[in-house]
Design a protein around this ligand. Structure first.
Ligand code: MLT
Length: 414
C-alpha cells in the first residue's frame, strides 16, 4: 500500500482556526436563537476600497478585449505593482531595493509556509511562543520537528514571550540558524522597536543566521519608533527575508495578494561550501511551484498605492484601530490585564482568576455569544490568555464588549 507522509501524524488534531469554526458551527446548531459575535480569526469585515474595486473592474474588462488580454503573467509579479511597492513601502523609507528582490504572491500564509523549502533540514529553527500556528505546522509537515511532548516539539528552539518579559522575544541561549519573528506580533500585539529589532539583526549577522520577518500587521503601527520594515535596520538585507500582505492592510483576505522581499545580499551556504543567493533559490522555487497572481488582483493591489486608495485604506485602518480601542478600554474598565491593540489589531487578554484558555472560550461563548481565540492555541506560553480581534464591525465590537462587561459585572455581584 502507498505510504503517507508520517509527519502529518505529528500535527495536532486540527488547524487552530478550523477548530474555532467547527465549535462555532456546533454552538449555532445547538443554540439557533443565540446571536454570535465573532472576534476570533483576524478576518476583515469592511469591503475593499472603491479604488481597488474600480481598478479590478477595469482590469477584468481589459481581459475581455483581444488587444489587452493577458495569459500567464511574469512569475515574480507585474512590474507596475513591484514599482509601486518599491516606491511606497521602501524608497519613501530610504530603503533601496531592486525590482527582482520583490516576489508577488497570493498570501503570506503560503509564502511563510513554503519558504522552508529552500533551507536544509539540518538547520535549527527558532520560533516564538505563542505564535501564528502556520510557522510551526509547516515545519512539522516538512519533517523538521521531533516528538511532541507537553505542548512542544523536539528540535525546535522556542522563544517564550510572556508577561514577565513584556511578550518580547529574547535571543535564545542555543545557537539557531533560522529565526521566525513577527512584529507587530500575532497574537500578543506587541511590536519590536528599532533598538529591539537591531539586537536581532546584529545577532543574526554575528551568528550567520536568517530572520524570517513577518510584517503582515505593519499597517497598524501607531508609534514612531516601531519599524515598518526590518530593512530600516542597518545590515538587515544580509540576514532577513520580509513577508508583507495586502490582506489586513487593504482588506484582501478574500482577494489574496502579498509579497516577499529577498535581497541579493542574502546568502547561505551549500554542502560544498559555495555561497548561494536565497533570491535565486526562491525564484527557482516559484518558477516551478507557482504561476503568479492574477493580473486583475495585481491591478487591484496597485490601486492601494494611489492617492485615493491610500486615503480609503487609511480610513479602514482607523476604523479597526478604533475597534481595538473599544475592546481595550472596555476590558480595562473591568479591571482586566490587556495587551496589544496599539500597534496591532489584536488584543491579548490575561484571563482573570487563572481560568484556562479553552475553558474561557466556552464560558464566553456560552454566556455572551462572543468568540475569541484561546491563547494556548498559539502555543503553551499562551495558556491563560485570550485573543480578540478588532476586525469585526464597530456595531459588533461595541455589542461584544457590552455583553462581556454585563456578564463579568453580574458574576461579581453573585
Ligand atoms: C489570524 O487570525 O491569526 C489570522 O488572520 C489568520 C491568517 O491570517 O491566516
Amino acid at each position: 500500500m502507498t505510504k503517507i507522509n508520517e509527519n502529518f501524524l505529528k500535527l495536532q488534531d486540527n488547524y487552530l482556526f478550523a477548530t474555532i469554526k467547527k465549535k462555532e458551527r456546533e454552538f449555532k446548531e445547538k443554540n439557533p436563537s443565540n446571536s454570535i459575535i465573532n472576534l476570533g480569526i483576524g478576518d476583515v469585515t469592511l469591503p475593499i476600497p472603491g479604488e481597488v474595486v474600480f481598478s479590478m473592474k477595469r482590469a477584468s474588462e481589459e481581459m475581455g478585449k483581444v488587444e489587452y488580454f493577458r495569459g500567464y503573467g511574469p512569475e515574480q509579479g507585474y512590474e507596475f505593482l513591484i514599482d509601486k511597492i518599491i516606491k511606497n513601502d521602501y524608497s519613501d523609507r530610504n530603503i533601496d531595493l531592486r525590482k527582482d528582490e520583490i516576489f508577488i504572491s497570493d498570501g503570506s500564509k503560503c509564502d511563510i509556509s513554503q519558504i522552508i523549502n529552500i533551507f536544509s533540514r539540518d538547520n535549527k529553527i527558532s520560533i516564538m511562543d505563542p505564535v501564528y500556528p502556520v510557522y510551526i505546522d509547516s515545519n512539522i509537515m516538512d519533517g523538521r520537528t521531533g516528538k511532541y511532548l507537553e505542548g512542544k516539539y523536539d528540535n525546535i528552539v522556542y522563544i517564550p514571550c510572556v508577561s514577565d518579559n513584556g511578550f518580547m522575544p529574547k535571543i535564545p541561549q542555543e545557537k539557531v540558524d533560522i529565526i521566525y519573528l513577527c512584529s507587530p506580533n500575532n497574537p500578543t500585539g506587541m511590536a519590536l522597536n528599532k533598538k529591539e529589532l537591531k539586537i536581532w539583526v546584529d545577532y543574526a549577522i554575528e551568528n550567520n543566521c536568517i530572520i524570517l520577518f513577518d510584517a503582515a500587521y505593519e499597517a497598524f503601527i501607531s508609534q514612531s519608533d516601531i519599524p515598518h520594515s526590518i530593512y530600516e535596520i542597518e545590515g538587515a538585507k544580509k540576514v532577513a527575508i520580509e513577508f508583507k500582505s495586502f490582506s489586513k492592510t487593504a482588506g484582501f483576505t478574500g482577494i489574496r495578494c502579498s509579497y516577499i522581499v529577498i535581497p541579493h545580499e542574502l546568502k547561505c551556504i551549500s554542502s560544498l561550501g559555495k555561497e548561494i543567493e536565497l533570491n535565486y533559490l526562491w525564484k527557482r522555487h516559484q518558477a516551478t511551484k507557482f504561476n503568479g497572481v492574477s493580473y486583475i488582483t495585481q491591478r487591484g493591489a496597485e490601486a492601494v498605492y494611489t492617492k485615493l486608495g491610500k486615503k480609503q485604506i487609511d480610513r479602514n485602518i482607523k476604523y479597526y484601530k478604533n475597534n481595538a480601542k473599544i475592546i481595550k478600554n472596555g476590558l480595562e474598565k473591568l479591571g482586566m490585564e490587556v495587551y496589544g491593540g496599539i500597534n496591532s489589531p489584536y488584543i491579548w487578554l490575561k484571563i482573570p482568576n487563572g481560568v484556562k484558555s479553552w475553558d474561557f472560550f466556552d464560558e464566553l461563548l456560552n454566556n455572551t455569544g462572543v468568540i475569541g481565540i484561546p491563547g494556548v492555541g498559539f502555543g503553551t506560553c499562551g495558556e491563560g490568555y485570550f485573543r480578540l480581534s478588532s476586525f469585526g464591525t464597530k456595531e459588533d465590537t461595541v455589542e461584544a464588549i457590552k455583553r462581556i462587561r454585563k456578564y463579568f459585572n453580574s458574576k461579581r455581584e453573585i
